[in-house]
Write a protein that binds this ligand. Structure first.
Ligand code: PLP
Length: 398
């Protein structure tokens, strides 16, 4: 008897499949706009200098590799809370918010999903349409019912009115996932006025927001990107936030992030955190230590903190200039206006508005790799390749 005979094969992650195809492509002009990692002008995903310096210090100062606690390293949690909620947040002074360290933003989302599934039975989770595909599978894996609210329509426009109208009909008490900034996959973010309107609906329907904060520093700036998170944390007594250090600290493989809980009083916060620690114990026992130690030593040192903030800002500005550079390169092809949204979007990704057929032609004829949805990773572009890319886009659009 074979125990595995009935195990069927499932297709691999389409984005990773794209990466394999890119690697196998012998065309020297190839361009990878698929995978969501930041790349510098040399096409490398660098380790920030602040991270390298912190790691060197850690090699000398670390005395043990014993387990860290269920909530992770306390100093990591404290620094991350200040980064996300603001250094002078009253919530921290009043002990109304706490961080539970998790393996990356994905781990934090999984912990949130498990918490909702077990501790808030009967609640569905509402995701933007479209959203990061892992949101769909991750929450379903937790056993949650996944529903959607409109966000970007087929004509590639942000649909704020439709979003608000849909949220107004979400059953009372359900969970709504919101992207804090740099919406993945579209790059379309809500304005401050839009966020205020979403907040009103959330209050009216008594929804529980789960804010996914994976790109702090890549939109308008480290503090600016936290604006909506801080508004919601100030205005709502209960809130879940997932924070990822993968992109802004370049710590992708170190799996560094946290689930932040805001509760109405410190007693209830302790109750919720006790549940999170119990859930985490069955998921990963205790979280990986290295990335969190790096983050804590950067944020806890004025010099390293300033260096890191400069490096995040440089990444942000480079992506913004690639966005406007691509639109400028499309101009001579008569496509500047059609693709003007690329310059207005934020973060690593852009919903270009290219169709699946156009994406396929870009891949086959020009070795330009992007996801079939027309999502391009702007951070994967290079200044000196923008004219090539614009010419390729022009060919498939005409
Ligand atoms: N949330 C969103 C929207 C993302 O795009 C990502 C990464 O691509 C994550 C969360 C989680 O990132 P990680 O688990 O690498 O920290």
């Amino acid at each position: 008897m074979s125990h595995f005979a009935r195990v069927a094969r499932v297709p691999g992650d389409p984005i990773l499949g794209l990466l394999d195809a890119f690697r196998a492509d012998a065309n020297p002009a190839k361009l990878d706009l698929g995978v969501g990692v930041y790349k510098d002008a040399q096409g490398l995903t660098p380790i920030p200098r602040a991270v390298k310096l912190a790691e060197q210090r850690l090699v000398n100062s670390e005395t043990t590799k014993t387990y860290i606690g269920g909530h992770g390293a306390p100093e990591f949690g404290e620094h991350l809370l200040r980064l996300v909620l603001g250094a002078d947040s009253a919530l921290l002074r009043d002990e109304l918010a706490g961080a539970t360290q998790a393996p990356g933003g994905t781990g934090a989302l999984r912990l949130a999903g498990e918490f909702i599934a077990r501790n808030l039975p009967g609640r569905s989770i509402w995701l933007s349409d479209p959203t990061w595909p892992i949101h769909e599978t991750l929450f379903a894996t937790c056993g949650l019912k996944v529903s959607h609210y409109p966000y970007v329509d087929a004509s590639n426009q942000l649909q704020v009115e439709a979003m608000l109208a849909a949220l107004a009909h979400v059953p009372q008490g359900d969970v709504v996932l919101l992207h804090a900034c740099c919406h993945n996959p579209t790059g379309f973010d809500l304005s401050q006025a839009d966020w205020r309107r979403v907040l009103e609906v959330v209050k009216a329907r008594e929804l529980l927001p789960l804010i996914d904060f994976a790109y702090q520093g890549f939109g308008a700036g480290l503090e600016e990107d936290a604006w909506a998170v801080r508004l919601f944390a100030a205005e709502l007594p209960e809130l879940l936030i997932t924070s990822s250090c993968s992109k802004n600290f370049g710590l992708y493989r170190e799996r560094t992030g946290a689930l932040i809980v805001r509760a109405a009083d410190s007693n209830k916060l302790t109750d919720v955190r006790s549940q999170l620690a119990a859930l985490a114990r069955n998921l990963w026992s205790t979280p990986p230590a290295h990335g969190a130690a790096v983050v804590a030593s950067i944020l806890g040192d004025a010099e390293l903190h300033a260096l890191w903030a400069e490096e995040v800002e440089a990444m942000r500005l480079r992506i913004a200039s690639l966005r406007s550079g691509l639109v400028a390169a499309l101009q001579p092809h008569g496509l500047g206006e059609r693709f003007a949204h690329i310059a207005a979007q934020r973060g690593m990704f852009s919903y270009t508005g290219l169709s699946a057929a156009q994406v396929q032609r870009l891949r086959e004829e020009f070795s330009v790799y992007m996801v079939n949805s027309g999502r391009a990773s702007v951070a994967g572009m290079a200044e000196q390749r923008l004219e090539y890319l614009a010419a390729a886009i022009a060919r498939v659009c005409n």
